[in-house]
Design a protein around this ligand. Structure first.
Ligand SMILES: O=C(O)CCC(=O)C(=O)O
Ligand SMILES: [Fe+2]
Length: 342
């Protein structure tokens, strides 16, 4: 077995109602802030938006068709880039020593969305409309969340979180569609498994996943807990590029993907919109070091590929969320709230 821990489920993960956020409901806005401070992860109930739920279905059927193609066809879409194009399995370290990751992905960047055309060459190029529609929806909703958080934190003018995500960027924001292929029957120690533990590089991640596999390291119990997939619900999480500018106030929580049982018994699909700040936005990490959003992104992607050589203590992989670093935050939260320079 790859991960030998008991199966725990995140029973108390809160749900935020999209329609209440849209209606600017004060109670829900307050809950949103508290959830981002204490959990860093939450369900977003989207059942009030049937079109968005239908889009999820539409994307899933195109994804299944795409990933079923032979590797050499998919490799025609490889661009050797972290934010657009196809990436085969195994480009990053896996969740256990001597394993590599167990997912392949195709990315549509926000840059492509803004010019309304994609760099892809295979037939998926002609089917990109639902993905562009989803970028539009997920971007609007994540900016709404940022706006509600900014107001709750009393941020004004250029320090409001949403302002440093303004179009046209440039930014590394992107939509990733992922498949974790099932392991062949009879394999007991697969070498390509899940997704290594990490915090997200960017601001907010908007995830649609209808199958089990995602775990977060609960800030309450300090244990790995599976996040149950729920129909009509997205899973939203705070990333480093929101934790750092908030002076550590908002939690960018460590998570990973592992098979629920011994091996991956079915193909698992996930869809993730990664909202990230514009490239030239700067913030301080938990040790006080200043980064531009682009520098943090590029550095952390190198770490994802080889954490054991670039990040032996796991500080960068886990967004400095390790206990000792949480305790000695040196950001400037006390000096007016936010350490953002635009
Ligand atoms: O596939 C998933 O469910 C999560 C993926 C993830 O955490 C990521 O790509 O950052
Ligand atoms: Fe992630």
């Amino acid at each position: 077995m790859v991960i030998t821990e008991p199966i725990l489920v995140a029973e108390s993960l809160p749900t935020i109602e999209l329609d209440l956020l849209r209606a600017d409901n004060e109670m829900e806005n307050k809950r949103l802030l508290s959830v981002c401070q204490n959990y860093g992860f939450f369900y977003l109930n989207m059942t009030s938006d049937p079109e968005l739920c239908q889009l999820w279905e539409d994307m899933l059927s195109i994804m299944k068709e795409y990933f079923e193609q032979p590797l050499d066809i998919k490799m025609q879409d490889a661009r050797n880039d972290d934010n657009f194009g196809y990436e085969p399995m195994g480009t990053e370290e896996g969740p256990k020593p001597k394993t590599r990751d167990g997912y392949e992905s195709l990315k549509f960047s926000r840059r492509e969305y803004l010019k309304n055309s994609t760099d892809l060459t295979t037939s998926i190029r002609t089917k990109s409309t639902p993905f562009f529609n989803f970028i539009n929806q997920a971007h609007t909703i994540t900016l709404l969340i940022l706006s509600r958080l900014s107001t709750q934190l009393g941020l004004t003018g250029p320090s409001r979180f949403e302002t440093y995500h303004a179009d046209p960027g440039p930014s590394t924001s992107t939509l990733g569609i992922l498949r974790y292929p099932k392991h062949e029957a009879g394999i007991s120690e697969p070498t390509s498994v899940g997704h290594n533990q990490h915090t997200d590089v960017g601001t907010l991640t908007f995830l649609l996943a209808a199958q089990w596999g995602l775990q977060y390291c609960s800030p309450q119990t300090k244990r790995w807990e599976f996040i149950e997939p729920r129909a009509g619900h997205a899973i939203i999480n705070v990333g480093d590029s929101l934790r750092f500018p908030s002076g550590g106030e908002l939690a960018s929580v460590v998570h990973r993907v592992v098979p629920l049982k011994e091996t991956q018994e079915e193909d698992r699909y996930s869809i993730a919109y990664f909202l990230r700040p514009n490239d030239d936005v700067t913030f301080r990490d938990a040790t006080g070091k200043m980064w531009s959003a682009k520098e943090w992104h590029d550095f952390k992607f190198d770490v994802f590929k080889s954490p054991s050589t670039l990040d032996a203590k796991g500080r960068f992989l886990t967004g400095m969320m390790l206990e000792e670093e949480r305790g000695r935050w040196v950001g400037v939260a006390g000096e007016g709230g936010v350490a953002v320079a635009v």
